[in-house]
Ligand binder design. Structure first.
Ligand code: DWN
Length: 407
């Protein structure tokens, strides 16, 4: 075991020791590990993806120390306006579907309070491990406990406050190594009729879109509906409903309830299980073929960027975690990318992990007026192409994912 990560042998859902590696993205620093100087030492960690030969759950071979990853976190959900809008709609849906005045709502991994701040007439509590991010939530009036969620924390909250009618976890459950402890915590904190609502990138979208850059050390699990059903059922819960949501490159939102509280499971749950079977996601060959396609995409991206850099200046647009995976895996550094522009003050003035490409304010993108912009935040393509109409009069965006394109 390294001081920063530990190699797993057992599947995190079925606990069987039958993991098979299928994709190796190399040794890369943590995707949100922005550094203050190009001379700063960085920790390179193997990024290897495995699939369980028993239950087909896709997951990382190595678990990185969560304090190392999340204690001082540069990602603030509110810095991406489309995400703000997404969570406003989300809060309305949860309120209409589950809540009465005075109910108790908890969010695990609540970041800067971007979702909880939208709830009214209910008691709210965020649980967020990154102290710097939790402080922003508190400033905006979202009571936040700075902790990693666990069964112990759940029992503590339930005893102090009461049990929750709704617990939400958005882009968090994929970050959790001990899923069994997580579910025991949900069982301890949720009311008998309550709902555990989970939003994570959907593996079907990752697979179909070739979204290899969304694979990074923070994302331990890559969920399918089959994964969720198995995890829920092993703890007395059922996936009662689900929906696919177009954020972060394709997301699934699942609604879990205690099995005895579910009158009827929605048809979409069965439809997604059928879709996954039709994609042969229960076959090992499927994953090895996916890995081959990722290797081909890497070469295509490298060749295009090197060709374009011989014709003009290229800057990165957005400094998302996934962008750092793409740049490191495709070996694209300061030799071809001049800098990266990003709206997040915590990232501006830093250097991207591994490549040490400088991260600068959006104003410097306007001043530089480059020939090409590599859209690292491709998941916000429509909003950004609309916002940058002026640039596009003579500049071009390079879209790397899901289809390599120059627009
Ligand atoms: O799971 C996670 C996902 C959901 O969010 C977290 N582990 C970390 C984070 O991943 P990410 O960094 O890939 O998220 P985003 O939201 O794709 O990051 C977008 C980045 O681009 C932000 O740093 C903000 C920036 N941005 C920008 O500079 N201009 C975003 C927009 C919309 C813009 O116009």
């Amino acid at each position: 075991m390294s001081e920063h990560y530990e190699r797993r042998s057992k599947c995190r859902i079925c606990l069987d020791p039958v993991l098979e590696d299928f994709l190796d993205l190399g040794e890369i620093p943590p995707a949100n590990g922005f550094v203050s100087s190009p001379d700063q030492d960085e920790v390179y960690i193997p990024l290897v993806v495995s699939v369980c030969r028993n239950c087909s759950h896709v997951q990382l071979r190595n678990t990185v120390d969560r304090q190392f990853l999340f204690s001082d976190y540069p990602y603030f959900s509110s810095r991406s306006s489309p995400i703000e809008k997404h969570f406003e709609t989300y809060a309305d849906k949860i309120t209409d579907r589950y809540l009465d005045n005075g109910d108790f709502v908890v969010e695990i991994g609540s970041n800067d309070g971007v979702l909880l701040k939208n709830f009214e007439n209910v008691d709210i509590l965020g649980i967020e491990p990154a102290e710097n991010v939790a402080a922003v939530a508190e400033e905006r009036g979202v009571p936040t406990r700075t902790d990693f969620f666990s069964e112990k924390i759940a029992l503590d909250v339930a005893s102090e406050e009461r049990r929750a009618e709704v617990i939400m976890a958005n882009n968090v459950v994929g970050h959790v190594d001990d899923l069994q402890d997580l579910m025991r915590g949900i069982d301890a904190l949720l009311t008998d009729e309550g709902a555990f609502v989970v939003e994570v990138p959907y593996f079907v979208d990752l697979y179909n879109g070739g979204e290899f850059d969304t694979i990074y050390h923070e994302h331990i699990s890559y969920f399918s509906m089959r994964s969720f059903a198995k995890l829920a059922n092993s703890h007395g819960f059922t996936v009662a409903d689900a929906e696919r949501v177009q954020v972060h490159g394709g997301t699934i939102r699942v609604y879990m309830q205690r099995t005895e509280a579910v009158e009827e499971r929605s048809a979409l749950v069965e439809d997604l299980l059928t879709l996954e079977r039709a994609m042969d996601l229960d076959q090992l060959d499927t994953y090895h073929e996916f890995a081959d396609s990722v290797g081909r995409r890497r070469e295509q991206i490298r060749e295009l960027i090197q060709e374009l850099s011989s014709r003009g200046d290229i800057v990165g647009y957005g400094a998302p975690a996934k962008g750092n995976i793409l740049l490191n895996y495709c070996d694209l550094g300061t030799d071809v990318i001049d800098f990266i522009a990003d709206t997040t003050p915590a990232k501006q003035g830093s250097y991207a992990p591994g490549t040490n490409i400088p991260v600068r304010r959006p104003e410097e993108f306007e001043d530089a007026d480059p020939d090409y912009a590599l859209l690292l935040a491709w998941n916000y393509r429509d909003a950004i192409l609309e916002k940058e109409r002026e640039f596009r009069k003579d500049g071009r965006f390079v879209i790397p994912i899901p289809h390599l394109d120059v627009v």
